[in-house]
Design a protein around this ligand. Structure first.
Ligand code: NAP
Length: 291
């Protein structure tokens, strides 16, 4: 069996590769040259396809969907991959976080159930094969699941998830509803100064992760990714570095023992890297303490 292309079933009959490639490019590249993030995304996506990634996580707000699309197209044209092998996630949007004169995020009140009904229409119109949500807590998921006239359940909920924020309760809830939890920032983020506190702990330097890496002769990044796969989480990994992109694909070649998994579970401290302070005061703040 070709483990590189291992997929899990979604509740709508489709399937998703268990390991995905994150395409959001850190803002540090913006300082170098305005266009660089875009060309980085194109280059990294091509490298990821060559390495074996078949699941790509993108979004309107990453401002590089065109480049990611061009990279996929070029690999299809080269005969490296077929379109039907690619799982592409987009997160639609119109405005990039509109702000007032004081830099405060301009919030609007939207009924998430109405938005979900619009997503269902997109699926019916063939614009998306599967529809899911991101950064939803249990209450918000329940709101959709209990929506009168619900046509399709969300197939997934993409949330921050790593050994310091293992989302155990949300994961159990998602599993009980046949919703796949997709982990982002599984490697502890790119530590982008725009989103992440520079004094936050560096996940990949954690002593427990490093000890397990030594034990298995793997990297701490591989341990962090493998951890998610073994607990039934679909996991995203972002990198712009060829060696690391390849390394992240090699997580199907080893297994963590149940003892290893227990020590990784023990690292949980409900620590969130993506604090998204700009959401403060929002009535549906996704990162409140409730799970
Ligand atoms: P991440 O995957 O947690 O971490 C990326 C960082 O890890 C980069 O600095 C990368 O360095 C480094 N890295 C990658 N592989 C490594 C390895 N083998 N060894 C050592 N370091 C390694 O980053 P993330 O961007 O926070 O999350 C991943 C994806 O999740 C994003 O790209 C995006 O698609 C998605 N996401 C979604 C949301 C949401 O709200 N839905 C929010 C955040 C992220 P180099 O690049 O320098 O190699």
């Amino acid at each position: 069996m070709d483990h590189k292309h291992l997929r899990v079933a979604l509740n709508d009959g489709h399937s998703i590769p268990v390991l995905g490639f994150g395409t959001s490019i850190p803002s540090k590249y913006l300082w170098l040259h305005h266009q660089l993030p875009k060309s980085k995304a194109l280059e990294a996506t091509k490298l990821a396809i060559d390495a074996g990634f078949r699941h790509f996580d993108c979004a309107y707000c990453y401002q590089n969907e065109e480049e990611v699309g061009l990279a996929i197209r070029s690999k299809i044209a080269d005969g490296i991959v077929k379109r039907e092998e690619i799982f592409y996630t987009s997160k639609p949007g119109e405005n990039l976080l509109p702000k007032d004169d004081h830099g405060k995020l301009l919030c609007d009140t939207v009924d998430l159930c109405d938005t979900w009904a619009a997503m269902e229409k997109c699926k019916d119109a063939g614009l998306a094969k599967s529809i899911g949500v991101s950064n939803f807590n249990r209450r918000q998921l329940e709101m959709i699941l209990n929506k009168p006239g619900l046509k399709y359940k969300p197939v997934c909920n993409q949330v921050e998830c790593h050994p310091y924020l293992n989302q155990r309760k949300l994961l159990d809830f998602c599993k009980s509803k046949d919703i796949v939890l997709v982990a982002y920032s599984a490697l502890g983020t790119s530590r982008d100064k725009l989103w992440v506190d520079a004094s936050s702990p560096v996940l990949l330097e954690d002593p427990v992760l490093c000890a397990l890496a030594k034990k298995h002769q793997r990297s701490s990044a591989q341990i962090a990714l493998r951890y998610q796969l073994q607990r039934g989480v679909v996991v995203l990994a972002h990198s712009v570095t060829e060696k690391r992109i390849r390394e992240n694909m090699q997580v199907f070649e080893f297994q963590l023992t149940s003892e290893d998994m227990k020590s990784l579970d023990g690292l949980n401290r409900n620590f969130r890297y993506n604090t998204a302070d700009y959401f403060d005061g929002h009535p549906s703040h996704p990162f409140s303490d409730e799970y």
